[in-house]
Design a binder for this molecule. Structure first.
Ligand code: SAH
Length: 519
């Protein structure tokens, strides 16, 4: 049984844990507290939690980093949600997966096989172990350049009988190259769904010691980390920037769906987001992890993709998930400035439908507003589709949701419609003599004119690139709002969700267009 997401929402009760784990009990002080500056105490805590909460038995060396379980679990929860709200996008198929697998709810698909890659898995191999315990279909690859860690990691994977699902693979042992492309090719791994890493945070021993001194709490266990685990030239910003650059290389760009990295310093978040923007990445996510309820150890995580499938806002902007753990609110409290957050992937507006006077239509008309909204949305989409190629619209009445796919992008704006008329004009100047400005009003001429595009559909020698825009429209149940004059307004909420596409402006533009059409 996977552990519940909110398992570490409140602090671990050491007294209860000690009852089950004698080795941990031995480390507990007389005041029932734990000495976090004592490496053995921290190791016993990690072992006890992994065993109690995840049925994992691990062995840890005493001269290497000991991972705090709640923080590592937070990272796993984050990648779960990131993957749950995005699909595998391949650029090689004509069909667009996001469109055909209608996902109305951005939730966990237990049949999906995910392949993860953990760079620098450490002695514990904690990320692969946790991920595979939580998600039975997932597989993990891992790299490690420190021999001690590598050997322990192998032992820990075997001790939990996960050798068939977790593999340590060869990597550049000098540490220069982070993504093990050569090994991936040799193993014929065609895609990685999620790459994760907990990079060495510090650029030098002195910066590591300075950071430890500046904490008011006693130095914690991470100080048992060996230099190779803690220190990297240029610090975490340089490590993660290198990872971004590697992920953008042609051989990795479409093979790795998501890359991600934990960051130990708030200031690194801005630098990393800037680096992504410099590289023209628009599809990324920023979140923060807080350990336990009272403790103030905070970490950040940035994930990015060069493919078009986009996560929900809760995931990409860390706006909270209800558990209070993951994404405790990048907008509010994590310290990440708004300007470093990715563009919204969701938007909503209300559609006013009926005004009901007191004592007028009530109860019996429930569903009326929705039915009208449903009709209006489908009408507008019908007009949009008429005579336009490369656009698909599917509406599923049972879900009160529809999906729109536009291959080329903008087909709704005044400009786009005018361009379309030109196109038609060009091809049919005999029939289509008079060229008038249709503005963005749909015209019957457009609607009847789609046969002309048939031959163009057939000539498509190259594999299709990703569609420019895929979005979902949900019609949410109406609610009644009462205004001061006692009139009640029935409204339907229109929720738009950007599912796929690199251009946030395109999504915004469509939202604006639909809102105008429906108001
Ligand atoms: N993932 C573990 C360990 C993190 S410490 C955890 O979360 O607890 C960082 C790890 O990365 C160390 O084990 C270090 O040996 C390893 N490492 C550092 N540079 C690396 C590189 N270039 N490739 C692979 N592993 C690396």
């Amino acid at each position: 049984m996977p552990a519940p997401d909110d398992i570490y929402k409140s602090d671990v009760d050491f007294t209860t844990l000690a009852l089950q784990y004698p080795d941990f009990a031995k480390r507990l002080k007389s005041n029932r507290q734990l000495d976090f500056s004592d490496p053995e105490s921290v190791r016993q805590l990690t072992k006890a939690l992994l065993h109690r909460d995840f049925d994992l038995s691990i062995d840890l060396p005493d001269n290497r980093l000991c991972p705090p379980v709640p923080n590592r679990f937070n990272y796993i929860l984050f990648i779960q949600r990131l993957l749950d709200s995005t699909t595998t996008t391949t650029t090689t198929t004509t069909a667009t997966p996001a469109f055909h697998s209608f996902r109305p709810d951005d939730c966990y698909d237990p049949d999906r096989q995910v392949i993860g890659l953990d760079i620098g898995t450490g002695s514990s191999a904690i990320y692969p172990l946790l991920a595979c315990r939580q998600r039975p279909k997932w597989l993990f690859l891992a790299t490690e350049i420190d021999d001690t860690n590598r050997n322990y990691a192998l032992k820990n994977v075997a001790a939990n009988h996960l050798q068939s699902r977790i593999k340590l693979i060869d990597t550049d042992m000098s540490g220069q190259q982070l993504i093990p492309s050569t090994a991936l090719e040799r193993l014929q791994v065609e895609r990685i769904d999620i790459l994760m890493t907990n990079p060495p945070f510090y650029e030098s021993e002195s910066s590591m010691l300075a950071s430890a001194r500046s904490k008011s709490r006693p130095a914690n266990s991470s100080c048992t980390g060996a230099p190779i685990e803690m220190i990297t030239p240029g610090g975490e910003v340089s490590f993660v920037s290198r990872l971004i650059d590697e992920s953008a290389l042609p051989q990795n760009r479409s093979r790795v769906q998501w890359s991600s990295a934990m960051l130990g310093k708030l200031s690194s978040v801005g630098s990393i987001v800037q680096h992504l923007r410099d590289q023209k990445c628009t599809n990324f996510a920023v979140t923060d992890f807080i350990q336990g309820s009272g403790k103030k150890t905070r970490r950040w995580c940035v994930a990015w993709s060069w493919l078009g499938s986009r996560p929900t806002m809760a995931v990409s902007r860390g706006t909270g998930t209800g558990t209070g753990i993951v994404g405790s609110g990048s907008g509010s409290g994590s310290g990440v400035e708004k300007k470093y957050l990715p563009s919204p992937t969701e938007m909503e507006f209300d559609m006013p439908i009926t005004t009901i006077t007191p004592g007028g239509i009530k109860g019996g008309m429930n569903g009326f507003g929705l039915a009208v909204a449903e009709k209006r949305v489908n009408e507008e989409m019908g007009k949009l589709l008429a005579g336009t190629q490369g656009v698909l619209w599917t509406y599923v009445p049972a879900r009160r949701a529809g999906m729109l796919m536009s291959k080329e992008g903008d087909v709704w704006s005044r400009k786009a419609r005018r361009k379309k008329l030109h196109h038609h004009h060009h091809h049919h100047h005999q029939e289509d003599q008079e060229m008038k400005d249709h503005s963005d009003e749909p015209s019957t001429a457009d609607a009847e004119d789609d046969s002309s595009n048939d031959d163009k559909d057939k000539q498509d020698p190259e594999p299709d690139p990703e569609p420019a825009l895929v979005l979902r429209i949900d019609l949410l149940s109406e609610y009644l709002s009462e205004s001061s004059n006692g009139h009640e307004t029935k409204k339907t909420r229109i929720h738009l969700r950007h599912l796929q596409g690199h251009d946030p402006v395109l999504f915004e533009s469509f939202c604006g267009w639909l809102k105008r059409k429906l108001s």
